[in-house]
Design a protein around this ligand. Structure first.
Ligand SMILES: [Zn+2]
Length: 283
């Protein structure tokens, strides 16, 4: 699943390319979108903004029309100049927004809906999103309050629950817990407010750093090899994710892994840097 920073970057790229542009042609293979286009045509409208909300991407058109997409596992948005060769096969195309200078193509988006501002507010899933970690003003206390409402949830799972706080995917789940020194299988109830705040702030910092780092397309949390390896290989850019059995970069203890949560996504942690019980006195 694309992480929050990937969607944030996609939204920013689309926002820069599309804002102020008039739609000259609208293509879709999705019948429910095509039907709306017949009733209230997209062509002729101007793109007012493109933004990310958690893992959702919203394209706002003039006269109260909003295109909502969710990329789930395999979806993506690309931008091309007219006539430019696409990087994915046309069979994966779901939506094309044509404007004079560029076209924006949505490939394999699993959820795509048209909304008005009113229907968007009522939409389940979107309206219940927790504070966005990449919002310019992140509501930390609200995120902590939402986490507190689920005392029995393991923190690794809680961090990925978008209705509690929005933006963390499977890679960041492990990286954030490591950076905060918190065992991912501890339940929310066992964590102090200071620990929950640290987790939320750490998640925000890691996500923001990756948004700012335009040179890199992959997620980077561990930067220790940067000076010694010119083009770091992706496995060398993370603290614990996908490093089961390898030495912890901080203490050399082998990294552990286990499936976690309703989707059984693998979580990675260092048993020494992230003790199962908090050693409050010793630390
Ligand atoms: Zn360690």
């Amino acid at each position: 699943m694309p992480e929050g920073d990937t969607i944030f970057r996609t939204a920013r790229t689309l926002h820069r390319a599309l804002t102020g542009q008039r739609i000259t042609r609208f293509e879709t293979v999705l019948p429910h979108l095509a039907r709306v286009d017949v009733d209230s045509p997209v062509v002729g409208r101007t793109v007012e903004s493109v933004e990310a909300s958690g893992k959702w991407l919203l394209v706002r058109f003039s006269s109260d029309l909003i295109l909502l997409t969710h990329m789930l596992m395999s979806g993506s948005w690309h931008i091309y100049r007219p006539g430019e060769r696409w990087q994915r096969a046309r069979i994966h195309m779901r939506i094309v927004l044509h404007t004079e200078p560029i076209l924006a193509v949505a490939f394999n988006v699993q959820v795509a809906e048209f909304h008005s501002a009113t229907s968007l507010e009522r939409r389940p899933g979107l309206s219940s999103l927790g504070p966005s970690l990449l919002a310019s003003e992140f509501d930390g206390p609200e995120a902590v309050a939402r986490l507190r409402a689920h005392p029995h949830l393991e923190i690794g799972t809680a961090l990925m629950t978008q209705s509690l706080l929005a933006g963390v995917g499977n890679v960041y789940k492990s990286e954030v817990c490591f950076a905060a020194g918190v065992h991912p299988f501890r339940v929310v109830r066992s964590l102090s407010d200071a620990e929950l705040t640290l987790l939320a702030n750490t998640a925000r910092q890691l996500l923001q750093a990756n948004v700012a780092d335009l040179a890199n397309d992959s997620i980077v949390t561990y930067r220790g090899f940067r000076r010694t390896i010119g083009r770091s290989n992706p496995e060398e850019r993370l603290w614990v994710y996908d490093r089961a059995g390898q030495a912890c970069r901080r203490c050399a203890t082998p990294v552990e892994s286990y499936r976690q949560g309703p989707d059984a996504r693998t979580t990675y942690w260092c048993p020494r840097c992230q003790p199962a019980q908090a050693f409050a006195a010793a630390r």
